[in-house]
Design a protein around this ligand. Structure first.
Ligand SMILES: *Cc1c(COP(=O)(O)O)cnc(C)c1O
Length: 376
């Protein structure tokens, strides 16, 4: 699905000395590389504060802790996503409220958010799924009207921008009150282990969060709040520092691969290619294709997945089970008729190999194998 080796071969000469420098300095935790990366990422995103942490799941949890959400507070998020989002809500004893998504961009549905709001609602967590932003303009409007926090889960869309109706563009993760991201190796900006970060433009919230990631300490050995231990290590920061200047090129390479896939599937009515709904589809930052996800109509998606694997083509079904039907997150408030789109998508979606070194021959083999199978 991802070719990390191919990418590493291209940047070896930059990454290796950067890692070696950390080892030579033995500043493994909170070394200068971490600070350097933090500053570089703040500048890249146009956000005031980046707080590095251990992984993307921690980042979500810490963001919610920083906002002071309390047990029983309701947090609205998408039903069709990775479980990390709902997991941290539940861990903090907040009440997850899962809602349906859109068919076209797989992102949280605005009408469903509106319908789910109660007097207990405190926050909305849009997940910018597969590399494209949720409808942030509408979400920020709803949040303002109901006095809610917006936490962007930006694990899959780093480098993407959101385009407002008036043409203004803002980077994903710099729009909500706070945002989280993951540097898991297969993400668009991945390190060589675990890593994550929290972003915010709010000075007070940034200060609170810097204490939370460090055992609730604002002054050495004074623990003012209950915190956690969540750090990005210096070796990972060294890798990320080497890769960040290439992120736009990497995202461009993904978009070019996506366009080649799109073209190959033109005229295939059983294959629905992903749509770029926000902004200019030709701009490389409107959809950063963390995943290239097809919808398969009137053909057996599972049989196709099996066939591709037999032909040596990796593929993935993200996500096969909606969160509202996962045992850990069952809730009497959920009714199947409220999850029509998610229930449909889980049967249709299939994600194809997507990375920064996909070549034409690979794309031709993948697409012709799919086309032959579904028409066969
Ligand atoms: C990967 C991912 C996470 C979790 O990130 P980790 O670094 O693996 O903890 C959270 N949310 C989404 C949408 C993700 O894709």
């Amino acid at each position: 699905m991802v070719d990390l080796k191919g990418q590493y071969n291209d940047i070896k000469d930059i990454v290796n000395p950067s890692i070696q420098e950390v080892i030579d300095n033995t500043a493994f935790i909170n070394g200068p590389k971490v600070h350097e990366f933090q500053k570089n990422l703040e500048e890249y995103l146009g956000v005031k504060h980046v707080i590095p942490c251990a992984n993307g799941t921690d980042a979500l949890q810490i963001a919610m802790m920083g906002l002071g959400l309390k047990p029983g507070d309701e947090v609205i998020t998408a039903d069709f996503t990775f479980a990390a989002t709902v997991e941290v809500i539940a861990l903090l004893q907040l009440t997850p409220v899962l809602v349906d998504v859109n068919q076209d961009d797989f992102n949280i549905n605005i009408e469903a958010i509106k319908k789910a709001i109660t007097p207990k609602t405190r926050a909305i967590v849009p997940v910018h799924l597969f590399g494209q932003c949720a409808n942030m303009e509408a979400i920020m409007e709803i949040a303002e009207a109901h006095d809610l926090f917006v936490i962007e889960d930006n694990a899959q869309a780093i480098g993407a921008s959101y385009t407002y109706e008036n043409g203004t563009k803002i980077k994903a993760g710099a729009i909500g009150h706070v945002a989280s991201t993951s540097f898991f190796p297969s993400k668009n900006l991945g390190c060589y282990g675990d890593g994550g970060a929290i972003f915010t433009n709010n000075d007070d919230l940034a200060h609170t969060i810097r204490g939370i990631v460090n055992h609730g300490m604002y002054e050495r050995y004074h623990h003012d709040v209950v915190g956690v231990n969540s750090r990005l290590d210096s070796i990972q920061a060294a890798v990320l520092n080497a890769k960040l200047p290439r992120l736009d090129d990497y995202n461009r390479a993904r978009q070019i691969a996506a366009k080649k896939y799109d073209k190959a599937f033109e005229g295939q009515d059983k294959v629905i290619t992903p749509k770029v709904l926000n902004g200019d589809a030709d701009a490389s930052d409107c959809h950063v294709f963390h995943q290239y996800t097809l919808r398969i109509k009137d053909a057996d998606r599972d049989a196709l997945a099996k066939h591709l694997n037999e032909k040596g083509i990796p593929c993935g079904v993200y996500y096969p089970i909606p969160l509202h039907r996962q045992k850990a997150y069952l809730d009497k408030r959920y009714h199947e008729e409220d999850f029509v789109v998610t229930n449909q998508l889980i049967k249709e979606v299939i994600s194809l190999p997507m990375h920064t070194v996909l070549d034409d021959e690979q794309i031709e083999y993948i697409t012709s194998t799919i086309i032959k199978f579904i028409n066969g």
